[in-house]
Write a protein that binds this ligand. Structure first.
Ligand code: HEC
Length: 118
């Protein structure tokens, strides 16, 4: 996948931040925290209740690589059947590459509440 611009991707994250928090103080909201998402197994945020569709995909081995993120962000409903992310999708491939370049920068320590079980 072509390398995107994290700077452009940061601006595009405005399409995500109504539902997803990022950063050192991020909390699960409508959607789960997206820190450390690139390379992460799907549906592994402690304290977030995922849909059955997303949990099924995770149990089938879904990992958020740049490739799977690209597919999911392009068409969330088509990519993970039965998931409940209410986002229509980002059609432009170069924009998705920019957004994923930004997601790659989101390396933060896991919040304290995520280190213990509910
Ligand atoms: C309207 C709210 C909403 C918007 C906007 C939204 N999301 Fe989501 N997102 C969700 C919800 C809800 C889930 C959980 C889906 C499930 O459990 O089926 C989710 C899940 C995800 C996941 C899987 C996380 C995990 O822990 O496995 C990723 C990755 C993701 N979203 C990325 C994005 C990106 C990138 C954007 C912006 C382009 C975005 N989302 C926009 C609500 C949203």
């Amino acid at each position: 996948m072509a390398d995107g611009s994290a700077e452009k991707g940061k601006a595009l994250f405005s399409q995500c931040d109504a539902c997803h928090e990022i950063g050192a103080k991020a909390r699960n909201r409508t959607g789960p925290i997206l820190n450390n998402i690139v390379g992460r197994d799907a549906a592994t945020r402690t304290g977030y209740v995922y849909s059955r569709g997303m949990r099924n995909a995770a149990s089938e081995g879904l990992v958020w690589t740049e490739e799977t993120l690209d597919g999911y962000i392009a068409n969330p409903r088509g990519y993970v059947r039965g998931n409940r992310m209410a986002y229509a999708g980002m059609r432009d491939k170069a924009s998705r590459a920019d957004l994923i370049a930004f997601l790659r920068t989101l390396k933060f320590p896991e919040p304290i509440e995520e280190r213990s079980y509910r």
